[in-house]
Design a protein around this ligand. Structure first.
Ligand code: GLY
Length: 403
C-alpha cells in the first residue's frame, strides 16, 4: 500500500515538474554544473594548501583571497567540492573535499564563538557524512551541535548569535536572521542520536524569531535585540543592511531558507507560511532583471547600488525546495522564479567565466564596512551550485531532501 502511495506521489511530482520544464528549456542544468566543475578545477590548481580556503575575489582582481578554518565562510569551499564530487563521482573532488573538511573538523570540538557553527559545519562536515557515512564526521557534527546549543537563552527563546556584540553594540541578547540557517545542524543532530534538547532549541528559536523578527510587510530585521532578564523584544536593528528598517537582501534570503528548513524538520504549517510570506515579499520587490540590489531599500542612483548575486543564489535554491511544500499554484510560481533567477545568474553578466575562477560575479559581503562589495564570494557559488543540483533532482522526478 505504502509503495503504491509513494509511486503515485512520485508520478504526480514528475508530472508537475515536467509540466514546468518548458520554462527551464533554455537553461541547461548539466552545462551549468559542468561550468562550475571547470571553474572549480581552476581553483584547485591554484590553491597553495588545503588550509588556504578560497573565500572571495575582489572586483577585477582575478584571484582568491583565502580564509581559514573557524571563519563563518570556511565551510562553503569544501561544500562546493562535495557537491561536485556527488554530481561527477570524480575522486579528485572527493580527495580535495576530504582534505579541507579535515582542516575544519577540529572546530567542531571547540566552544562556539557565535551562531556560525552551522554555517561552518553543514556544508563541509554535513555533506562529508551524507556522502561517505564516515562516523568521524557524525561525531563532529554532534559535538558542534552541542557547542552551538550552549548559546541558547531559555528566557528569550533564541540563540545568542554574536556574543562579541553584547558589549560592543550594547545588544544584551542579539539574534540575527542569519542564525535561522544554523538550526539545520541542531535538527540534524537531534535526528542522529543527539539529545531532544537540540530539537527543542531549534524549534523554539524559530518560534521566537517568527514572532519578533518580521515587520508587517514580511520583510525582516537583520538583528533582533532582546532583554536578558525577562526576554522581551527590545528593538529590531541592522548590522549589514542599509538602515534599521530596510530589507537587507541576503538577510531576507536567509529568512526564506531558514523557515523552509524549519518547516521541513518540524512540519509546523506556520513556519511554512512565514517562509512563503518572506519569499513573496522578496520576489515582489525584485528589479526587472531579477537580481536584487544588496539592500532592497537602497534607492541611490549615482552610483547605482551593487547587486547581490549571493542573495539571488540562496533564494533560487530555497525556492526549489519550497515549491515542493507550497501547494500547486504557489509551488509552480516558486519553481518558475527559481529558474528565472538561475537563468540570469547563468548569463554572461553574472558568471565569472574567464574573469576569475569563481562561478559568479557581483555579490556583496559587508557593504557598510566596505568589504567584499561587488565581489565573487564562496557562498554565492555554493548556493548557485546547490540550486542547479536541486533543479536537476526535481527534473528527474525526485524530491529535494536536506542532509
Ligand atoms: N553573516 C552572514 C552573512 O553575511 O550573510
Amino acid at each position: 500500500m505504502m509503495k503504491h502511495i509513494l509511486y503515485i506521489v512520485c508520478l504526480c511530482l514528475s508530472f508537475f515538474y515536467l509540466s514546468c520544464s518548458e520554462s527551464a528549456s533554455d537553461l541547461s542544468v548539466d552545462k551549468e554544473i559542468g561550468y562550475c566543475r571547470s571553474q572549480a578545477l581552476k581553483t584547485l590548481a591554484s590553491i597553495p594548501s588545503a588550509d588556504s580556503i578560497p573565500n572571495s575575489i575582489d572586483k577585477d582582481a582575478g584571484c582568491w583571497r583565502y580564509t581559514s578554518a573557524g571563519s563563518w565562510t570556511c565551510g562553503f569551499w569544501p561544500g562546493i567540492l562535495w557537491y561536485i564530487y556527488e554530481a561527477s563521482h570524480d575522486s579528485t573532488f572527493m580527495d580535495a573535499a576530504e582534505q579541507v573538511t579535515d582542516v575544519i573538523l577540529p572546530k567542531a570540538y571547540q566552544k562556539a564563538r557565535s551562531h556560525d557553527m552551522g554555517f561552518m559545519m553543514m556544508p563541509s562536515v554535513g555533506h562529508a557524512y551524507r556522502l561517505t557515512g564516515n562516523e568521524k564526521y557524525k561525531e563532529a557534527l554532534l559535538s558542534a551541535a552541542d557547542s552551538l546549543a550552549v548559546l541558547y537563552n531559555p528566557r528569550v527563546g533564541t540563540i545568542l548569535s554574536w556574543p562579541g556584540m553584547v558589549r560592543r553594540e550594547n545588544w544584551p541578547h542579539n539574534t540575527i536572521i542569519d542564525n535561522m540557517m544554523n538550526l539545520e545542524l541542531l535538527f540534524w543532530a537531534a535526528r542522529h542520536g543527539g539529545s531532544r534538547h537540540l530539537y527543542d532549541v531549534a524549534y523554539q528559536h524559530a518560534r521566537t524569531t517568527m514572532e519578533h523578527h518580521f515587520r508587517p510587510d514580511h520583510s525582516c530585521y537583520h538583528v533582533a535585540v532582546y532583554d536578558t532578564i525577562d526576554g522581551h523584544f527590545i528593538k529590531g536593528v541592522t548590522h549589514q543592511g542599509l538602515s534599521d528598517e530596510s530589507m537587507w537582501a541576503r538577510g531576507q534570503a536567509w529568512a526564506i531558507y531558514g523557515f523552509t528548513v524549519a518547516y521541513r524538520e518540524t512540519q509546523q504549517r506556520d513556519f511554512l507560511e512565514v517562509a512563503c510570506q518572506a519569499a513573496d515579499t522578496f520576489l515582489s520587490r525584485l528589479p526587472a532583471d531579477m537580481i536584487p540590489y544588496w539592500d532592497f531599500d537602497d534607492t541611490s542612483t549615482h552610483p547605482v547600488p551593487p547587486r547581490d548575486a549571493s542573495a539571488a543564489a540562496v533564494t533560487a535554491s530555497v525556492l526549489l525546495e519550497l515549491s515542493q511544500y507550497a501547494g500547486a499554484d504557489r509551488g509552480r510560481e516558486y519553481y518558475a522564479k527559481a529558474i528565472d533567477l538561475l537563468k540570469r545568474l547563468s548569463s554572461s553578466d553574472y558568471q565569472a567565466r574567464s574573469a576569475c575562477p569563481a562561478f559568479l560575479l557581483h555579490s556583496v559581503g559587508h557593504k557598510p564596512r566596505g568589504t567584499e562589495v561587488d565581489s565573487s564570494i564562496s557562498y554565492a557559488d555554493y548556493y548557485y551550485l546547490e540550486a542547479l543540483l536541486r533543479l536537476k533532482t526535481l527534473q528527474q522526478g525526485d524530491r529535494i531532501n536536506g542532509f
